[in-house]
Design a protein around this ligand. Structure first.
Ligand code: F6R
Length: 241
């Protein structure tokens, strides 16, 4: 694991965007795994600025997002498809047909999950997977559990995650109770992983995940076993290491 400590959120975001932009410049047809949430917003802002400045070209890039709420239509402004469109895809020269988010509007998990992993495999696998880190150590929606889930699957969200995500909804009752998520196997299959974490409220989780034992009760700890994983923290998130 390569841990980079940036002064603040802005610098963390710039460093992460540089790693992604460099990957796209070197491999214009690469497959990126993408995340939603508050943390990568600054990374996407930098990528949008880079694209507008002609420094990076997304026209041949394919993307697969980590996860999506079950029960939300893509045009729902709380859906992760909507988030990706408004924070990145609408502002860069990517072909939307090459962007993939699990279909949360389809309640049939069997029709969504296995085909999602198959689509990733037939695109050649993920070259670089961007991740955020949940307060409970989750990555994607892989919540603390007794084992690491392998492939894309449906999950019941934990109360902690529902409460954490309720800040983006009118109230906690509106947060969907289930989500589709890539599994830990899907994530670990990426040839490179890039994690962004910001804020003192994540400091204890960072220490547990990246300097504690590898265990499914702290899902992100599995990244210690990934052969090419970079973690970009701001100083506050690194404060308990
Ligand atoms: C988002 C995702 C989640 C978030 C995590 C951190 O697609 O899969 O694992 O990365 O919940 O979220 P933020 O960045 O909002 O703290």
């Amino acid at each position: 694991m390569n841990i980079i400590i940036a002064d603040d959120y802005e610098k963390m975001s710039r460093i992460a965007a540089d790693i992604i932009a460099e990957k796209v410049r070197n491999q214009p047809k690469c497959v990126l795994g993408l995340a939603t949430g508050s943390t990568p917003i600054g990374t996407y802002e930098n990528l949008v600025a880079d694209c507008k400045a002609g420094k990076v070209d997304f026209s041949d890039v394919t993307t697969f997002n980590l996860d999506e709420y079950v029960g939300l239509q893509p045009e729902n402004d709380q859906s992760y498809r909507y988030f990706m469109n408004t924070n990145l895809f609408d502002h860069v020269n990517i072909d939307k047909a090459r962007t993939h988010v699990p279909d949360g509007s389809n309640p049939d998990a069997a029709a969504v999950c296995e085909p999602y992993d198959e689509a990733i495999a037939s695109a050649g696998g993920i070259e670089l997977q961007l991740l955020g880190l949940g307060h409970n150590g989750h990555i994607g929606f892989n919540e603390p559990a007794d084992e690491f889930p392998v492939g894309t699957h449906i999950v019941d969200l934990t109360e902690t995650t529902i409460q954490a995500n309720s800040r983006l909804f009118d109230n906690a009752d509106q947060v969907p109770r289930q989500a589709y998520t890539m599994g830990i196997g899907t994530i670990m299959g990426a040839r490179e992983v890039l994690v962004v974490v910001s804020g003192e409220d994540k400091a204890e989780t960072v220490a547990l995940a990246f300097s504690g034992p590898v265990r499914p009760q702290v899902p992100a700890s599995v990244l210690q076993l990934h052969p090419n994983c970079t973690i970009v923290l701001d100083k506050a998130a690194a404060s308990a290491l």
